[in-house]
Structure formats: structure tokens, C-alpha cells
Design a protein around this ligand. Sequence first.
Ligand code: UDX
Length: 471
Amino acid sequence: MDQQPHVLILPFPAQGHIKPMVGLAALLCHTGRIHVTFLNTDHNHSRLTHLQALSTLFPTLHFKSISDGLPTDHPRTLQFFPELISSIKSVTKPLFRELLADSSRKSERPVTCVIADGIMSFAIDVAKELGVRVIAFRTFSACCLWSYFCLPNLIQEGQLPVGAADEDMDMMVAGVPGMEGLLRRRDLPRICRIQLNDPLFQFFLVETQAMTRASALILNTFDDLEASILSHLAPLFSKIYTIGPLNALMRSRIGDGVPRSLSTFSNLWEADNSCMAWLDSQPLGSVVYVSFGSLAIMTRGFFMELWHGLVNSGKRFLWAIRRDTLSDAKGEQAIPVELQEGTKERGLLVDWAPQEEVLAHPSTGGFLTHSGWNSTLESIVAGVPMICWPQIGDQQINSRWVSEVWRIGLDIKDTCDRSTVETMIRTLMKDGREEIMMSMDRIAKLARDCVGQGGSSYHNLDMLIEDIGKI
Ligand code: UDX
């Protein structure tokens, strides 16, 4: 029997999870010694039309798919998240058990290690039950993950939920060691604003604790960025492999073996590359890139406030706005003339941008972002300072660290109106730029160093590869 290691990678079925995990798959297969089966849901598998091309570049990389239990025409957007997680538990879990058991019984190359998304804990339990080693991969920042581990503590102290009408959201939170004097109520993960018995809150509470049943944890972060918080997480896991920023590590380890970024392969939406030619025609560092990632939704009112703020700032902007972003798009109203004119003069709107290329483009000078963790890391790698308008999940806490700890951006959470957006863009693109750029350059260099030979993420990937190789 073939003794080469065979890793089964199972991402949660969302863009921000698939992309870094495809990156990890490519890095493992680049060794030529590790076989990887990447398991998407049937629904995403049919959307990821370019993924198969990766198997040509990495012959030991294979793709399979599994049902998420929802009907084909189900929207699977953020509003339906509870339906998705419940369906995954009832339908996908038994299918996954069957697949893994078949691999042990019938396959010539049985799975020797499962790498399961940190919010797919059923895979941890199934793998353990079948005697297969399992490692968790959490796509969050370490700072956010640590705050999730502190939720039971915050509940016990009666600090949750936050956000009642008369509550002072700027009050400091005690009970998250390492973040004293930093974390305000409004910076807590978004789920802290919902009722404690809400299935979503319970889901994250349970999934976080469940991760510790894995034999180790992989994080897409780097030691120099989050060392203080990683030291709080360390006692909870027998091993933590910090191997981020994954997009930069790929470039360092695989180099010209793959195109500039893996986004082409792991995008659920087709990128509109025409914006690159538009960027080519803009002055150096003059453009604000705007994107709120793959899940965020907003009302038409917010959308218009943002748009006014962008136009009123007088700066150039490239806005990637998914068609399904508006939560109340019905009954489209006319676009005010000043927005149409201002956008024609200085802006461009696309459905989905080739984000890593946009951030690396010399014309891009700032990033108005939702502070998703992939986007934050991509901005750091590109050395582009941020304005943060966080929406869900980990974004509230990421943006606090961006502005107050790393000092590489401005945080406008909970205050999104046209005048704030206008002022912040002007500040980031001119007046307040110098100090932020000094921090940005320093942190971007740390990111580059950690993925180079001798760097921590480079070394940790070697350790992970070595440990996976011990069959
Ligand atoms: C969410 C969370 O916020 C994130 O922290 C978590 O780890 C995964 O779920 P998401 O909304 O998808 O993530 O944001 P983000 O983590 O930033 O990922 C979005 C990805 O899509 C990025 O890699 C970005 O490069 C890509 N993207 C986004 C594009 O390629 N084009 C676009 O137009 C927009």
C-alpha cells in the first residue's frame, strides 16, 4: 500500500473559508509528497469552475464534493446561515462519515489526516471516532478567536449580550485577558449583540470549544502580528501552527509555480478584470478600493450614504459591490445626478474585483473594508492602509486591532454616514496618512519576513508538513 500521507480538507462552504484553505492545499501538494482531497459542497463545487485547473498544477491535489442538504435553488446567503448550519449537521455529517469510513475500508490511499474548518466540528468528532488524526483550521484572527474562548467568562459575569438601547457601547469590557483597556462593548464579536439562547450564538459558542478536541490548530496569522494573544491560546491546544498570511506564504514557497494569486481558482464569483486597466490609468496611490467581502449585506439607505461619502470625498474610488449586497433592493430608485456624475468622473463600480491584484496595484492608496480577516491580511501584505466598516463575525474586533493596536487604519464601526465616510477618506488619503503609513510599512515588512526563509510562518509550515508526514 502507498504510504504517502493523504489529507482531507473540509472548508465551511463560504468564500472567506474556501480561499485560505485552497491556499493551504496548494502548499501541501507543492511538496509532491502529500496527497490532498479538497471537499467542497456540491453547490460550491459547481460554482468553482476554475478549481480543477489547480490539479494540473498540483497533480496530488484532488477535488470532491458532498451535499449541504439544501435544495439547488436555495440562496445560501447570510440571512439563511442558521438553515445552512442545521442542514450541514443533519445531512452532511452522516455523508462525511460514510466518505471517511469508505476511505479507510476501500481506498488504496486512505485518508491519514483531516483538516477541518474550525466551525465544522462534526468532522473533528467523525475523524476521532474513525481513528483518523484531525487538525482544526480557524479562518479568524487569533484576537477574535481568543475573544470567542472568553465568551463563557463574559456570560458568567453578566456582560452579555451588549447593545441594549440605553447601553454605553464605549464602556470597556473586562474579562478578555490581554485586551484590558482596549476592548469596548462595540468591539466584541457581532454575535455578542444577539440573545444568548439564539441558535447562532450557541453555534459559535459550541464550535469554539469543540475545536480543542482536534490534535492541533492552524491559524492564518503570523507570530509577530499576534504574539501576545497567541500566548493565551497556546495552553488550549497541543500545537498551533501559525502559517499566515497564506497568500504571501504561497508566493514565497511556490513562487512562479502558480499565477500571482490563487483567487482566480477559488473565487465563487467571476472577477471583473476590466478594473485593472482602469487602475492603470489612475495616478499613483490615488484610488480608494472599496469592498465588504463575500457575506456582508446592507440596506439601500447605508449603500447611498456610503456612495455619497465616496463621491463627496473628491477622491478616486473602485467599488466592488456584489449584486446580492442590498438587503432591500426592491423598487429601485433613481440614482441622484451628483452621484452619477461624480462616479463617471472619478469612480468605477464592479460586481467582484480581483482583490489581491487591486491591492497590489500602485494606483491603490487606501482600502475601505469590512475587516474580514482575509481582506485585512491581504491589505497588510500589500501595505495598503484601511478604513474599517465592520459588519459581522470577527470584523468588529479585527477593526479595533487595525486601528488601536497595529495603527494601520481608521475604525468607523457603527457610525456610517456620508460625512464620516468623506472625512475618513480624506484623512486616510492625505492629512492623517504619514503616521499610519509608518506603522503600515513596518507591519508589511514583518509579514514579508515571516513568510521568507527563516521566518516563523515558513518554519511552521515545514513543521506542519513534517507532522502530517508521520503516518
Ligand atoms: C468572513 C469573515 O469576516 C472572515 O474573517 C472569516 O475568516 C471568513 O468569513 P468574508 O466576508 O468572506 O469573510 O471576508 P474576507 O475574509 O475578507 O474574505 C473575502 C475574500 O474574497 C478575500 O480573500 C478577497 O480577496 C476576496 N474578494 C472579495 C475578491 O477577490 N473580490 C472581491 O470583490 C471581494
